[in-house]
Unconditional design. Structure first.
Length: 161
């Protein structure tokens, strides 16, 4: 791509090259994002989670810790994501009849949002859960990873309809 980028393409410089956006002029505000996702599992895997008989150990605890670690490592995984100071990451894992729902909320007081940190937390938590139960259910599926809500910053509050 050569010449000027289209208006509104914030991650493209005038030469058409990918760039990290300069957020130094933005105000520091409290920001929060909540994301969720599902790991669809077999009845046997759900039963093992509920009975705490997963051979590798406490799969839900591992998923929760992995999710927190994932949020903290987001700028190492997403190329143009800003490193920010995460002030909190809360992770909830809930066993349902067809698998596990993972919800992560990330919070900061910074110049850019934490949607990617919340999404990464959910995704890494889901991958860790699959690693823990793959001997029971090699067909596990990660599904419906999405931002549910975000607050703070110039655009304020957004909630999934």
């Amino acid at each position: 791509m050569t010449g000027s980028p289209s208006p509104g393409l914030t991650h493209i410089d005038p030469a058409g090259q990918a760039r990290m956006v300069d957020v130094s002029g933005k105000s520091v505000t409290v920001r929060e994002a909540r994301a969720s996702g599902r790991v669809l599992l077999s009845a046997a895997a759900v039963a093992a989670l509920r009975d705490r008989t997963v051979p590798k150990g406490d799969a839900l605890a591992v998923a929760r810790i992995a999710a927190i670690q994932g949020a903290k490592r987001t700028p190492d995984l997403i190329p143009l994501c800003h490193p920010i100071g995460l002030h909190a990451v809360d992770v909830d894992v809930e066993v349902t009849d067809d698998g596990v729902t993972i919800t992560a909320t990330a919070r900061t007081a910074d110049r850019t949002g934490v949607e990617m940190e919340a999404l990464t937390a959910v995704s890494v938590g889901a991958l860790a859960l699959i690693d823990m139960v793959k001997a029971i259910d090699p067909a596990a599926v990660i599904s419906d990873v999405k931002v549910e809500e975000k607050t703070g910053g110039k655009t304020g509050t957004w909630r999934r309809p």
